[in-house]
Design a protein around this ligand. Structure first.
Ligand SMILES: [Zn+2]
Ligand SMILES: [Zn+2]
Length: 127
C-alpha cells in the first residue's frame, strides 16, 4: 500500500469514528496536513480504487459531491438537504418489502431520506 493510500484510509477511519461521511475534498484537505504535496487527483484515484476493492462505499447524492463511508454493510442515510451531510440510519425490512412487492431477490439498494439537520435548523433560528 502506498503511503498516500494508507493516509487516505486513516482519514476515512477517523471520520467514521466521528460519524462523518467525508467528500473527496474533505479528505484532500486533511491529507495535505500530513502530505503537503499530495494532489487532489491522487486522492480521487485512491478513492476509486478503494471503492472498487470494496474497502469503502461510495455514496452518491443528487446535486452533491460523492461521499465515502467505511461502513460497507447495507445501511441507509439521512441526508441534510441544506448542507448535504449524511447520518447513518438503519431502516429494517426494506429489502423484504421490495421482495414482497416485486417477487424478486434484492441484491442491494440505496435509500436516502432527506431532512434538515439540527446544525442547519439552529442556523435558521439565529437568522
Ligand atoms: Zn445540515
Ligand atoms: Zn453511512
Amino acid at each position: 500500500m502506498t503511503k498516500q493510500k494508507r493516509l487516505i484510509m486513516e482519514i476515512i477511519r477517523e471520520c467514521h469514528e466521528n460519524r462523518v461521511h467525508p467528500t473527496a475534498e474533505d479528505i484532500f484537505f486533511e491529507a495535505r496536513k500530513k502530505l503537503p504535496n499530495i494532489a487532489l487527483g491522487t486522492v480521487y484515484r485512491n478513492l476509486n480504487i478503494l471503492s472498487e476493492e470494496g474497502v469503502i462505499r461510495r455514496l452518491s447524492v443528487a446535486g452533491n459531491p460523492d461521499r465515502f463511508d467505511l461502513n460497507v454493510m447495507t445501511h441507509d442515510h439521512l441526508v441534510c438537504s441544506r448542507c448535504g451531510r449524511l447520518k447513518d440510519v438503519e431502516i429494517k425490512g426494506v429489502r423484504e418489502a421490495i421482495k414482497e412487492l416485486t417477487g424478486e431477490d434484492i441484491l442491494s439498494y440505496e435509500l436516502n431520506a432527506y431532512y434538515v439537520c439540527n446544525d442547519c435548523k439552529n442556523e435558521e433560528v439565529k437568522k
